[in-house]
Design a protein around this ligand. Structure first.
Ligand code: SF4
Ligand code: SF4
Length: 229
């Protein structure tokens, strides 16, 4: 009797065609995954689906978005299966208007206005000056927020949720810089430190947003970066 043959479709999500044969279905990935069981999530199941060429089912599912992209599964897999890579690739293959939540909108906003929440430049600069003044009066005499300072020792990016909703949180870093007498700066434009292209699977946007930080560092002759996010 002839052995049964399963016809496997090629998968765009399968980084290595041999996965279908090397995955042991041991479940180590599932055991270590912090979101196994959430709405039926199971990394072992995703790898089996990718091995069978079920790309569209994975792309249309919630699994890649439930995944936190933490990488524990890849680290633990005894066979070196690139599970996290599959998850992120699947995110990137989702139609942009079907990306869940606000992250794609944040990417578009960042590309257009330089930060995920679209905070205008004048408002941002006013806020930096205002909160900086508060800090000076509270505990740091002579403190101010240096913006676009050439030759600073390091550049600091900012998470837009801080100036938008939690401006006092910026003071935590500033107090450290003040106490350490650091020569630092931030920028007046394109200062966003949270690259949502990473999370939405948008490599082009991620490159553009990262490239802006590199441009700042070149333009201002700064060789160190603090990306607090
Ligand atoms: S840990 Fe690796 S080999 Fe084991 S089930 Fe997961 S993907 Fe397959
Ligand atoms: S990268 Fe995703 S699938 Fe892998 S362990 Fe983390 S949450 Fe789970």
């Amino acid at each position: 009797m002839e052995p049964l043959k399963i016809e496997r479709e090629e998968s765009k999500l399968r980084a290595d065609p041999s996965w279908a044969d090397i995955c042991l279905t041991c479940g180590t990935c599932s055991a270590g995954c912090p979101v196994t069981g959430v709405d039926g999530m199971d990394p072992r199941k995703i790898i089996r689906m990718a091995a069978l060429g079920m790309d569209q089912e994975i792309i249309d599912s919630r699994f890649p978005w439930i995944c936190t992209i933490c990488g524990r599964c890849e680290y633990a897999c005894p066979m070196g299966v690139k599970i996290m890579t599959v998850m992120r690739t699947a995110r990137g293959l989702r139609e942009r208007d079907k990306v869940p939540g606000p992250i794609h909108k944040g990417v578009v906003m960042c590309l257009e206005r330089g930060n995920n929440l679209g905070i205008p430049k004048d408002d941002f600069l006013f806020l930096l000056a205002d909160v900086g003044k508060e800090l000076e009066e509270e505990s740091c005499p002579g403190f101010y927020v240096p913006v676009d300072k050439e030759g600073a020792n390091f550049l600091v990016t900012i998470n837009s949720k801080e100036p938008f909703g939690e401006p006092d949180d910026m003071k935590f870093w500033w107090k450290i810089f003040y106490a350490a007498k650091e020569n630092w700066t931030t920028t007046s434009e394109n200062w966003e430190g949270v690259n949502w292209g990473l999370f939405s699977g948008d490599d082009e946007a991620m490159k553009t947003i990262t490239g802006r930080i590199v441009e700042h560092m070149d333009r201002l002759s700064i060789s160190n970066l603090l990306l607090p996010e």
